[in-house]
Design a protein around this ligand. Structure first.
Ligand SMILES: Cc1cc2nc3c(=O)[nH]c(=O)nc-3n(C[C@H](O)[C@H](O)[C@H](O)COP(=O)(O)OP(=O)(O)OC[C@H]3O[C@@H](n4cnc5c(N)ncnc54)[C@H](O)[C@@H]3O)c2cc1C
Length: 370
């Protein structure tokens, strides 16, 4: 593997670093509050005005045609600069790759530039009360209506849905377990949204109730009945490269090492060793991701290996935050580490639980019997 960055990649890094140094705002209120959500949307719009919200997208949709390696460089600089969490991430990292691969050109032109500027903010509506890991068991329905479809049913755990303008998800269009699902986008206006509080008490999620919400035909992505295949293609984005790029873990690992230097770990070789181990694991994840990016750029598929990455990043994030809690002791509650710790507890659950990922690794990578 070539570990050197080209001159163009180095120039891009310098440009992004300078821009962030001049523009990153101070800490914003949580994006799970109305003020925080608005502030994060304004930040996305500022990124978009400099074509930095979606660097790897085609220029026609608001991007810069940057390569995946350049995108990873952007991410490293972004998180190292302490820039805000991305309120548009569901749309940008989960829906956009699906639209690029399975949408029509009309859909791409209608939705992607708006998503890049955070004119629309999207929520993912896949999970249901009785269909989480067993997603194909979902029962929310899309029923044919003149000019489109009417949606009925109940979704849950939809991140950002308390404030989002639009959603996308899977709906049953026939009885066939996998072949009976269709991928649909919808505006949130007519959906009944019931917020759910996270551990921090803020409405990070919501339940969604559909009672005949109408969507025109143009909101269906791909063929009717092909929703499962389309969704499975998107999950490798969620587990692998896009949702959890290594930049954020490296930035956390750097902060952890700084914390360890000044605290009890300075005199405790076991604590110091745990901090160093976290840093080297973050660096290993970074190198692994560059390798994956080069493979994807050469036309290969990410495939089930993204499940290994998902288990690795979620456990690393948990380990880093738990160590920070230990190092901080009584002071933990006064720092941003506590929010990070509470959120890291969810890592082994969202984007497909780690139990399910381990089954995928066992069956599809190791070839163990089912
Ligand atoms: C922070 C966070 C954000 C989320 N955001 C969204 C979102 O935006 N949109 C959305 O649609 N969903 C979202 N989810 C939901 C998430 O995708 C589901 O929680 C997850 O898929 C698990 O489903 P479940 O909660 O129904 O648990 P279940 O499927 O009921 O699983 C319960 C437990 O049983 C285990 N288990 C289940 N089946 C098996 C099996 N076959 N073998 C071994 N173990 C098994 C699971 O691993 C888990 O530990 C989010 C969840 C979290 C925590």
């Amino acid at each position: 593997m070539d570990l050197d960055f080209s001159r163009a990649e180095q120039d891009f890094r310098a440009e992004v670093r300078d821009w962030l140094a001049a523009h990153v705002p101070g800490p914003l209120p949580s994006l799970d509050t109305p003020e925080g959500f608005a502030a994060h949307r304004a930040w996305e719009a500022e990124l978009a005005a400099s074509r930095l919200s979606v660097v790897s997208w085609p220029a026609a949709y608001g991007g810069r045609d940057a390569s995946l390696v350049e995108w990873l460089i952007f991410e490293e600089e972004y998180w190292a600069a302490g820039a805000p969490a991305r309120v548009g991430q569901n749309g940008i990292f989960l829906l956009a790759p699906t639209l690029m691969a399975f949408g029509t050109e009309e859909q791409r032109r209608a939705w992607l530039p708006r998503m890049a500027r955070a004119d629309d903010v999207w929520a993912q509506a896949w999970s249901e009360p009785e269909a989480g890991s067993d997603l194909a068991a979902l029962t929310s329905r899309a029923v044919r209506a003149p000019g489109g479809w009417r949606l009925y049913g109940h979704k849950t755990w939809s991140s950002r849905a308390a404030h989002a303008s639009h959603g996308f998800g899977l709906f049953r269009t026939s009885g066939a377990r996998h072949r009976g699902l269709t991928y649909v986008m919808f505006p949130m206006d007519e959906v009944t949204v019931r917020p759910i509080a996270q551990l921090d008490g803020l409405p990070g999620f919501a339940e969604l109730f559909f009672d005949g919400v109408f969507v025109p035909e143009s909101m269906v992505i791909g063929e009717v009945g092909e929703g499962w295949r389309i969704a499975m293609a998107a999950t490798s984005s969620e587990r692998g490269l896009t949702l959890r790029s290594p930049g954020r873990f490296l930035a956390t690992a750097d902060r952890l090492v700084a914390l360890a230097r000044g605290g009890p770990a300075a005199d405790d070789p076991v604590l110091a060793d745990r901090a160093v181990r976290c840093w080297t694991d973050a660096e290993a994840y970074r190198l692994h991701t560059f390798q994956t990016a080069r493979r994807l750029m050469a036309g290969e598929e990410a495939g089930p290996a993204t499940s290994m990455g998902k288990v690795f990043w979620s456990e690393l994030d948990l380990r880093m935050h738990a160590l920070a809690m230990e190092l901080l002791g009584d002071r933990a509650g006064e720092t941003a580490w506590l929010d990070g710790f509470l959120f890291s507890l969810a890592g082994p659950i969202y984007a497909g639980t780690n139990e399910i990922q381990r089954t995928i690794i066992a069956e599809r990578i190791l070839g163990l019997p089912r």
